[in-house]
Design a protein around this ligand. Structure first.
Ligand code: SF4
Length: 61
């Protein structure tokens, strides 16, 4: 069974909450950081190609 193609309009690369670290990935700041055991507080690490239903389009001010 093939995986469904992500909806392009909901990708992290066009989301207000993405803090980009390089050309392909960054952290999602939609919610507060979470504690990772044996580590520290972190925002979720995402690829620009990921997506989710909380997407907010980047505003053009
Ligand atoms: S995970 Fe969702 S809310 Fe976070 S940057 Fe990606 S699309 Fe935006």
């Amino acid at each position: 069974m093939s995986e469904a193609k992500p909806p392009s309009h909901l990708r992290c690369e066009t989301c207000e909450y993405l803090e980009l670290h390089d050309n392909n990935e960054g952290n999602c700041h939609r919610y507060p950081p979470v504690f990772i055991e044996n580590s520290h507080w972190k925002f979720p690490h995402v690829s620009i190609h990921h997506w989710c239903g909380e997407h907010v389009p980047v505003s053009v001010d």
